[in-house]
Design a protein around this ligand. Structure first.
Ligand code: MN
Length: 234
């Protein structure tokens, strides 16, 4: 017998390629500025020798499965795509070593870190949290998860994105400033990683705005293809 005042929020989950069971999503971590050319286009270059990665989070309730149509979000006039490799965590890990990465990774997905860029930049420039710009409803788009299997810990592979068939982003996973083992080692200094956590690993250069009616398609070699259609404003 439950004793809740109202029906609890549902468990958010993603399909897993080749399996009937779904991947129940726990937390969504996102890495900021993890490709040099994108950091530069945002006016915040990264010097890996003196800096560490930084993170923001999205609620699991922000998750949207690839293929969806989402309304143009409220509160923005500068709604951006960010194409990203998503790492799905499959094991508990705290203060893990880079050599533990293969054990920690359940699999991979192709994701979109949808962003209200105008709100993010106001927050950034005023030293405020990024939540309004980043953690909003239907802002974390994700494909099914591909189990790690023979892929191992991904080190390279094309990552690209098009809007209405016109390519806007094109890079390679080898250009990540902090690679997957480095991210897992760093993030687990601050959190006890758990099965069900997702890590959006950052976007390459070429981010930009979309409007109602646009169709976003993204691809990551060996991982998958993500698709999102932008509907009318709410
Ligand atoms: Mn991002």
């Amino acid at each position: 017998m439950s004793n809740y005042l109202f029906v609890p929020a549902p468990t958010h989950s993603l399909a897993v390629r080749g399996m009937d069971q779904r991947f129940a999503v726990n937390r969504i971590f996102c890495v900021g500025r993890n490709y040099h050319a994108h950091a530069v286009e945002m006016g915040r270059p990264v010097d890996k020798s003196t800096m560490r990665p930084f993170y923001f989070t999205k609620a699991a309730s922000a998750l949207v499965e690839s293929g969806a149509t989402v309304p143009y979000p409220c509160g923005t006039t500068n709604y951006h795509y960010e194409m990203e490799l998503v790492v799905a965590i499959g094991a508990e890990g705290f203060r893990v070593k880079e050599s533990d990465a293969a054990r920690m990774v359940y699999g991979y997905a192709a994701g979109l870190d949808m962003t209200r860029r105008d709100l993010q930049l106001v927050a950034r420039d005023q030293g405020r949290p990024w939540d309004l710009g980043k953690d909003f409803e239907k802002s974390a788009v994700c494909t099914e998860i591909v189990p790690q299997g023979a892929l191992g810990v991904l080190q390279s592979g094309a990552i690209n994105l098009s809007v209405n068939g016109v390519q806007k982003q094109s890079a390679d996973l080898s250009q990540l400033i902090w690679n997957i083992p480095e991210l897992l080692a760093d993030l687990s200094q601050f959190y006890h990683l758990q099965p069900g956590d997702l890590i959006y690993t950052g976007t390459p250069e070429g981010v930009g705005a979309v409007v109602s009616g646009d169709v976003i398609t993204g691809h990551i070699d060996q991982v998958g293809d993500v698709r999102l259609t932008i509907g009318d404003a709410e």
